[in-house]
Design a protein around this ligand. Structure first.
Ligand SMILES: C[C@](O)(CO)[C@H](O)COP(=O)(O)OP(=O)(O)OC[C@H]1O[C@@H](n2ccc(N)nc2=O)[C@H](O)[C@@H]1O
Ligand SMILES: Nc1ncnc2c1ncn2[C@@H]1O[C@H](COP(=O)(O)OP(=O)(O)OP(=O)(O)O)[C@@H](O)[C@H]1O
Length: 292
């Protein structure tokens, strides 16, 4: 039997860095949402540890043991003796190392498929523990629903019922290494981070409309944007181009970059921008999508 699932792109609508832990990782406070665009993963009968990849970004990745799909499978097998598994096929539609958690989404998708095959609930402690070990963004990608994540990604707040946002996801075709961006922030282990941007306040009543949500988000930010722009100056150019699009209400970077998103009040404005941008910047990856 073949099991399949989508691996939606993760978007950090806001991201505040609280400080750096003694072990070098950074404590975050981030409102995360998920996009309509994503990878696809399937699991079929076959040899565990085996996988194939197709899709527009297949050539950016190997099918070796470093692939996060296989890493997640291996780690779960260590937690659960006798785990049933198989061979994976990944359709890679998201740019790699791009701040929208493609690898994390794939790893989480692998865990969801293995949970289905082995009749495990998603809340199974072995799944959660494995997710956290595979990557900081994997726990939030397990359920792939909008929420605030804290700690280094292991503390998940309640699911947020956000109004749908019409967005463009844009990447300049530049892989940016997450660790390099955190390094460029320049915090020492144990050091706190001065408040530069406000975190999203999830306790307050959720905004009822996209327009209200965008207003709330405008008061927040992404603390990794400045260090990422130092690592990859193309990000600054992209943010200026997005802000100048007709109807763009907010342009911001996701995660550690380089992917940025532009938010619009309605789908007509985002669709028009999606048509216009490729003429101005033919090399950029541009995806109109809904975030929720
Ligand atoms: C920036 C975000 O995308 C926001 O959602 C994530 O925190 C990054 O999550 P991720 O890509 O799953 O990150 P990992 O693969 O676990 O870590 C990559 C590297 O980034 C740094 N890292 C990551 C997460 C974090 N909270 N603090 C860190 O300092 C560490 O140097 C780590 O070695
Ligand atoms: N299935 C996979 N998809 C994407 N990247 C993978 C995968 N397996 C391994 N990797 C490696 O993981 C690294 C980070 O990939 P990923 O796409 O998750 O980064 P990201 O988009 O920056 O994510 P984040 O927003 O979590 O920082 C890359 O160096 C990539 O080579």
């Amino acid at each position: 039997m073949r099991l399949a699932t989508r691996a939606p792109a993760k978007v950090n609508l806001s991201l505040r860095v609280i400080g750096r832990r003694a072990d070098g990782y950074h404590e975050l406070d981030s409102l995360v949402a998920f996009a309509g665009v994503g990878d696809e993963l399937s699991l079929s009968p076959g040899e565990p540890g085996d996988m194939s990849i197709s899709g527009p970004f297949a050539s950016s990745l190997s099918t070796g043991p470093d692939n996060l799909v296989l890493k997640a499978e291996r780690e779960l097998r260590e937690e659960i003796a006798g785990l049933r598994s198989g061979r994976f096929h990944l359709v890679k539609r998201l740019p790699v190392a791009s701040g929208i958690g493609g690898g994390s989404a794939d790893a989480a998708a692998a865990l969801r498929l293995l949970a289905r095959l082995n009749d495990l609930p998603l809340s199974h402690p072995a799944l959660l523990a494995t997710a956290g070990r595979v990557g900081a963004d994997v726990p939030v990608c397990l359920e792939a629903r909008a929420r605030v994540m804290r700690g280094i990604g292991e503390k998940l707040g309640p699911v947020q019922r956000l109004p749908r946002l019409f967005a463009l996801l844009v990447n300049p075709g530049l892989a940016v290494e997450t660790a390099a961006v955190f390094r460029a922030l320049g915090l020492q282990p144990g050091e706190g981070h001065a408040v530069a941007v406000e975190p999203y306040k999830a306790e307050e009543p959720s905004p009822a409309t996209a327009t209200e949500l965008i207003d709330v988000l405008a008061a927040t930010g992404n603390d990794l944007e400045l260090p990422a722009r130092a690592v990859a100056p193309a990000i600054g150019e992209m943010l200026s181009a997005l802000s100048a699009l007709p109807g763009c209400r907010l342009a911001r970077m996701s995660g550690s970059g380089a992917t940025c998103f532009a938010l619009f009040d309605d789908c007509r404005a985002s669709a028009a921008a999606a048509k216009q941008l490729p003429f101005q910047h033919p090399g950029w990856w541009v995806k109109p999508t809904m975030l929720r």
